[in-house]
Design a protein around this ligand. Sequence first.
Ligand code: GTP
Ligand code: MG
Length: 457
Amino acid sequence: MMKIPSFTDTIFALATPPGRSALAVIRVSGPQAAGVPELFGATSLLPRQAQRRWLKDKEGNLIDDVMMIAFVGPRSATGEDVTEIHCHGSPAVVEDILNHLAAVSGFRLAEAGEFTRRSLDNNKTDITAAEGLADLIDANTSLQRVQAAAQMAGSLRRPIENWRTEIISCLSELEASIDFADEDLPTTLETQIRNRIQTIHDDMKAGLADFHKGQIIRTGLSIVLAGPVNAGKSTLLNLLARRPAAIVSTMPGTTRDTIEVGLEIAGVSVAVKDTAGWRQTDDPVEKEGIKRAKQAAADADILVVVVDGSQPGWSEDMDEIITWGPQTPLILLNKSDVGLVTDDKRHAADCASEETVLSISAKDGSGLSEFETRLGEIIQNLNRTSSSITLTRVRHQQAVRQAVEHLGASLHLSVANHTELVAEEFRSATLALSRILGHVDIEDVLDHIFSNFCIGK
Ligand SMILES: Nc1nc2c(ncn2[C@@H]2O[C@H](COP(=O)(O)OP(=O)(O)OP(=O)(O)O)[C@@H](O)[C@H]2O)c(=O)[nH]1
Ligand SMILES: [Mg+2]
């Protein structure tokens, strides 16, 4: 668990990656941040203006010629006084400045994510925005960036707040009716409350149904190439990766272990996995390889069945491999350069819809662009969300699921006969939603998020 000694400390950290670069940025935040220039023998700064200063060490030797910006709290990223030092990106300069700061009483190196944590505590950001920021820093693909930036800007916070406000409004109407217990609850009020809660309940369920899509963009998905031995799976992997990632040979049973290559397709980060070829065998190592191939196919987001379309009998192979995956696979008839056995292709059309069967040559690349286009379409369908909210983490999913359960339970009760119980379900639902925003039970969530943050953020 991350320990934050005290907010009275002034924290500092290198905010840019370590190593040689043109520039580096060191951030300082806390009660003594405004005094940083004087610590280096320089004059103080006007707030919110980039100003040039010469920094000197204790002996008066020059450290660097830098730009500095001072922000006066609460108008700063952390809500505290903040000073940024934009120095030259020399490891020696950075080290000198950091060591110089570390020697000052009340100063210490920041923990991972501590700047963001301070901004949360000072209400400069909310936890979903902090998560969005963490995702933005980790983003490798354009879709990840778009989703993370949207979450930073409130795309998750707003619908959660709206749901919460709506439930609280229903709750206050109920509570008003409890106060007037002698009078019967008007049936119109009961119907109104039910309809409003039903709408939120359905909205939340739609969000939950789309949860996997938000996750796919954030964490990526897996595409598994599976098929009989010698079908050309490894050749195809190398073609997709544009490098010889896997060994290719004329010998059936070349690939034994699952080989993974990271790619970006349709803005989503994708792990493409080549697997051991399938055949009847007594070789224990090959058997294990096939077992792993089946497991990978079962866990795949997209299963691509690769068969040697130039050989008679490929449709039997295809029928076998199709059963490995939980969902409709994409079928590739490989080795089209040699000529495909057309009778079997008719068979393929019978057992799979036409658009999922493509012919390709992993050797000369023909059919590759159609295959990549089709993959892109499948990926886009997998991550197309229709709901009003994009839940991106398991903790969001769990909290919304709890809220749905409470609202669902309330809908089974008669509002008139069980007003108190219904009110209690509403309260529990709002509590679950508050968890997402970090209003309650914040510590565990923070520790988890910030342990994955970089120092200096
Ligand atoms: N003519 C032709 N040969 C291909 C094509 N794709 C692969 N090959 C050849 O088929 C043989 C097997 O290719 P691999 O990529 O090793 O096949 P694999 O499916 O990975 O085989 P295992 O690892 O044994 O399961 C090699 O000699 C490849 O050069 C293709 O599209 N056309
Ligand atoms: Mg192989």
